[in-house]
Design a protein around this ligand. Structure first.
Ligand code: HEC
Ligand code: HEC
Ligand code: HEC
Ligand code: HEC
Length: 127
């Protein structure tokens, strides 16, 4: 038989382990998928700096990967690709816009939806 003291000790130990488990889980969630920090788009009209990390970070604008990498479901976020894997540089239409139009549509529409972020040419083509 276990003494009352031993049982108490075991109980306290179990609580400790549970607390450590909860903290570890909160501190190290599922490994985050790889993603770029900042991207510079070189455009003759003015280079565009896109802060990828701030857009996607919970501590930033808190957007989800799929808001932009729009063909991916949640369990595919680690496979995020460049938009130009699908959106061609020089050919497209309204439904399947070419790369630059895809950026303009996605970036600007979201900034309008949020009423935040640049929508004027010079707000993005700033460099
Ligand atoms: C606000 C829109 C937005 C959000 C949110 C976003 N991304 Fe991106 N991501 C982009 C854009 C734009 C590019 C550049 C694509 C290009 O160069 O064609 C990019 C590029 C990438 C690339 C590099 C692809 C390559 O091969 O060049 C990876 C990897 C990536 N994103 C992963 C992620 C992950 C993971 C998340 C979620 C944690 C995420 N992204 C959230 C817009 C976004
Ligand atoms: C795996 C292929 C693929 C990738 C990668 C991809 N797209 Fe698309 N995109 C499509 C297809 C197919 C359509 C047309 C059908 C539809 O709307 O889903 C489309 C349509 C669009 C449209 C027009 C329709 C709408 O939703 O307004 C925009 C804007 C767009 N993509 C932006 C982007 C951006 C920005 C990226 C990169 C962050 C990206 N796409 C990456 C395949 C892709
Ligand atoms: C799904 C929504 C969404 C998309 C898509 C998006 N943004 Fe933003 N963006 C935001 C929000 C929200 C802010 C925050 C503005 C604020 O809080 O003042 C922002 C801010 C910005 C800013 C100003 C602050 C900073 O981070 O430098 C720039 C520049 C910017 N976005 C560029 C872009 C570009 C370029 C793209 C497309 C490649 C893009 N954004 C796509 C939501 C979006
Ligand atoms: C929200 C940010 C944003 C705003 C606002 C914006 N752009 Fe852009 N623009 C981009 C990005 C990102 C690219 C890069 C596309 C690429 O590399 O394929 C681009 C590419 C371009 C290009 C070169 C691509 C091409 O061949 O079409 C031109 C020209 C351009 N923009 C003009 C404009 C003009 C004019 C305005 C205002 C009416 C404007 N942009 C507003 C983000 C923006």
């Amino acid at each position: 038989m276990f003494s009352k003291k031993e049982l108490k000790l075991a109980g306290a130990l179990a609580v400790c382990l549970l607390v450590i488990g909860v903290i570890s889980y909160a501190a190290f969630p599922l490994q985050a998928p790889p993603e770029p920090l900042r991207l510079m788009f070189n455009v003759a009209a003015g280079n565009v700096l896109f802060n990828h990390k701030i857009h996607a970070a919970v501590s930033g604008y808190g957007l989800s990967c799929g808001d932009c990498h729009h063909t991916l479901s949640e369990d595919e976020y680690a496979d995020a690709q460049s938009c130009s894997e699908c959106h061609e540089l020089d050919e497209g239409d309204e439904e399947m816009p070419k790369r630059a139009d895809a950026f303009h549509l996605q970036c600007i529409n979201c900034h309008k939806d949020f009423e935040a972020g640049p929508i004027e040419c010079t707000g993005c083509h700033a460099l």
